[in-house]
Design a protein around this ligand. Structure first.
Ligand code: BG6
Length: 519
């Protein structure tokens, strides 16, 4: 790729973004690899349908589902219609659904088979000339990770990834993007040997969540918190992504992944980088993504001893969730009876930069915890001196700002206030903002913005190669230590509890507690 060609395509992307932001996307075809799979039915089709309801899809638009199973366009459409009964987030309007359904096609093909890509090419050319989709293609890789590289190479071989001034070709790649630093680097190298970075959209569905996107607006669209957003005023930060579900039907996948790989370098680090990164100078994709990488690369590398002290793993045993018995991870289907895979992780990290020196960031995530809740809690330092020494008030409770990502999205601030009465007593009160109260419920799958952004060429909410690699680099030493030092005490927490005792100790040794545990 010459410098001039790269520049031209960047300019095209930029002008397309300016023209189209908030308007109907331009003509295009979305090809979903893994078109008959779960993600397509649960998320992608409902999200695309929601986009059509909001008039964000153009008339010159089509979807091609590609998968191995044999079926006709009609039977594929029937399947999706049926799936929508279960997964649509809004009521289906028959006229809109008809409009949508007419644009859906199915192609049967094996991802390894070069002939399938020739058939795809012919099908796309046919749709282009019939529907005027202009040769613009979005390839959505909703397949098992093993196929990512192959599909992109095969698309490139038949010329389907070639762009010019008149048409664009983008690729969305699902998670997991690699399973450690080396494999992520190798995958990036391989993909970028056939397509440009500007065509690659590495998805992290956490960035599709409104409240996650709001972190940047909250920090940089308001004047009052940012001046206190540093080690002078902040004592520590807690990030929790807790799930009540276990591994369900995904035992096979989970045995290869575990909680660390599955959640930390991606979802948790998205939250961490948005909450802690330096302000970008503008809201442009590369500027924001550069700030995120800078933040992740500033995380203090964990040496072997630090891994032992600051990284806790857990695995659930038998227990109770919502009053119902839940079986141990080792008894789940397709899980080894002596599995040493973790279903819980807690970490204490430091960010070695000017802003965050000495502020610990505690992160944790786990399956079969007591509550489904994702939140970021920022605990502020106490005032420099306690005025109330000669009164009944001996301790002041800390101010805590909580950004609740899900469910019940909102932001709350806890602070002390005088309890009415003749003696001085300070009570902890809460100012609470709930999204629903202000903006009403907007039932979405979380994929709408991401797909739309890819259609208009905006990469802000997608990971660049260096973002992904920076995340893997942080967890690398943990992966290495955990691989050789098996955890002898698994299972070490009962399903329905807040994880192993050691996670509590991680906080207790610093004189702190997990905020949610006693609520
Ligand atoms: C996925 C993980 O990426 O995110 C799952 O593979 C996890 O294990 C899920 O359950 C959590 O997403 P959400 O949107 O339900 O918080």
């Amino acid at each position: 790729m010459t410098a001039t060609a790269t520049q031209t395509s960047t300019q095209i992307q930029e002008s397309r973004m300016k023209e189209l932001a908030g308007q109907k996307a331009g003509p295009c075809i979305i090809v979903i690899f893994g078109g008959a799979g779960d993600l397509t039915k649960r998320k992608l089709i409902p999200a695309l349908y929601n986009l059509s309801l909001h008039n964000l899809l153009p008339d010159q638009f089509a979807i091609v589902g590609m998968a191995r199973s044999e079926k006709s366009d009609d039977s594929f459409r029937d399947e999706l219609t049926q799936a929508m009964e279960q997964f649509a987030t809004t009521k289906i309007e028959p006229q809109k659904w008809d409009w949508f359904l007419k644009r859906i096609h199915y192609l049967n093909g094996h991802f390894e088979d070069p002939e399938a890509y020739k058939k795809l090419q012919t099908l796309l050319a046919g749709i282009d000339s019939k529907v005027q989709t202009g040769g613009n293609y979005l390839f959505y890789l909703a397949t098992a990770e093993d196929y990512f590289e192959q599909i992109i190479k095969m698309l490139a071989q038949v010329g389907l990834t070639n762009e010019d001034e008149n048409h664009w070709r983008n690729i969305i790649i699902e998670k997991p993007f690699g399973n450690d630093l080396e494999s992520a680097k190798a995958l990036n190298r391989s993909i970028l040997s056939v397509v440009k970075e500007s065509q690659v959209y590495r998805i992290d569905h956490y960035l599709g969540k409104e409240t996650v996107q709001n972190i940047m607006v909250f920090r940089f669209g308001n004047g009052f918190f940012e001046p206190a957003w540093n080690n002078r005023f902040i004592d520590h930060v807690q990030i929790t992504v807790a799930e009540t579900v276990g591994v369900e039907t995904r035992g096979g996948f989970y045995e290869r992944a575990g909680a660390l790989r599955d959640m930390v370098p991606n979802h948790l680090f998205q939250l961490l980088s948005l909450i802690a990164m330096e302000p970008p100078t503008c809201f442009d994709a590369d500027t924001v993504r550069t700030k995120k990488t800078e933040l992740l690369t500033a995380i203090r590398p964990l040496k072997r001893e630090a891994v032992r002290q600051n990284a806790v793993r857990g695995q659930y045993g038998d227990g109770t969730i919502d009053g119902k018995p839940a079986k141990a991870y080792r008894s789940e289907s397709r899980v080894a009876p002596d599995s040493s895979v973790e279903t819980f992780v807690a970490l204490k990290l430091f960010i070695d930069n000017w802003r965050w020196t000495d502020v610990p960031f505690y992160l944790r995530t786990g399956k079969h915890l007591p509550k489904r809740v994702s939140e970021i809690a920022i605990q502020f330092k106490s005032p420099p001196s306690c005025l109330f020494r000669d009164t009944n008030v001996d301790t002041l409770k800390p101010n805590v700002l909580v950004m609740q990502i899900q469910p019940d999205e909102g932001i709350s601030l806890q602070f002390g206030a005088k309890v009415p009465g003749p003696t001085l007593k300070i009570g902890q009160v809460e100012m609470d903002f709930r999204y629903n109260d202000y903006f009403g419920a907007s039932p979405q799958t979380g994929y709408e913005t991401l797909i739309y952004d890819c259609m208009i060429g905006d990469q802000t909410l997608f990971n660049r190669a260096d973002n992904v690699e920076a995340g893997w680099a942080v967890v690398k030493p943990i992966q290495e230590v955990w691989q050789v030092e098996k955890c002898a005490d698994f299972p070490n927490y009962a399903a329905g509890t807040w994880g192993p005792k050691k996670a509590e100790e991680l906080m207790a040794q610093d004189g702190r507690k997990w905020r949610l545990d006693n609520q």
